[in-house]
Design a protein around this ligand. Structure first.
Ligand code: SME
Length: 155
């Protein structure tokens, strides 16, 4: 049984570094992908002020909703569609400070205002994306995005 501790009286970087090590420890002893993705989503939702956090898994020519935390979400996203599909197609991290300014953004919830999507690349191919939504505009600074990149590198 793992208890996630958020260190107090330290700066944001130290908190993020601590969280990263705790996530690493949490998944180190389990080799089931869905179990680990589920716990990663839970830790991120529990410790960061995200509105929605979860994974979409590449299945054929679509992304299909995987483990997540937050409100009910769209289940299938086509290749190149929305921010998630665009990150899949480009195989690059997409940071969207204002979702209303992103052509083709898929609004699973009207409360989502900014978003970051990070592809997970296995054997040169995108196998899934991590999608993180905030209900605040421009909520993902470089430090937060760097942290999320480190999280997906653990997968
Ligand atoms: N907004 C995403 C869709 C997924 S939901 O935000 C959970 C997109 O445009 O790809």
């Amino acid at each position: 049984m793992h208890q996630i501790e958020i260190p107090k009286n330290v700066d944001k970087q130290q908190q993020l570094d601590s969280l990263l090590s705790q996530i690493e420890a949490l998944i180190a002893t389990e080799n089931d992908l869905i179990a680990n993705l589920s716990n990663i989503a839970a830790v991120l939702k529990q410790t960061r002020a995200y509105f929605w956090v979860g994974f979409y898994l590449v299945k054929g020519n679509e992304l299909v909703l995987g483990p997540f935390q937050g409100p009910v979400a769209c289940t299938r996203i086509g290749y190149g569609k929305g921010v998630c599909g665009a990150a899949w197609k480009a195989a690059e991290v997409m940071v969207v400070p204002d979702v209303e300014q992103f052509p083709g953004h898929i609004a699973c919830s009207g409360d989502s205002k900014s978003e970051v999507v990070l592809p997970v690349i296995k054997n040169g191919e995108v196998s899934m994306v991590l999608d993180v939504d905030s209900d605040q505009i421009d909520d993902f600074d470089q430090q937060e995005v760097a942290f999320l990149k480190q999280v997906v590198a653990l997968i």
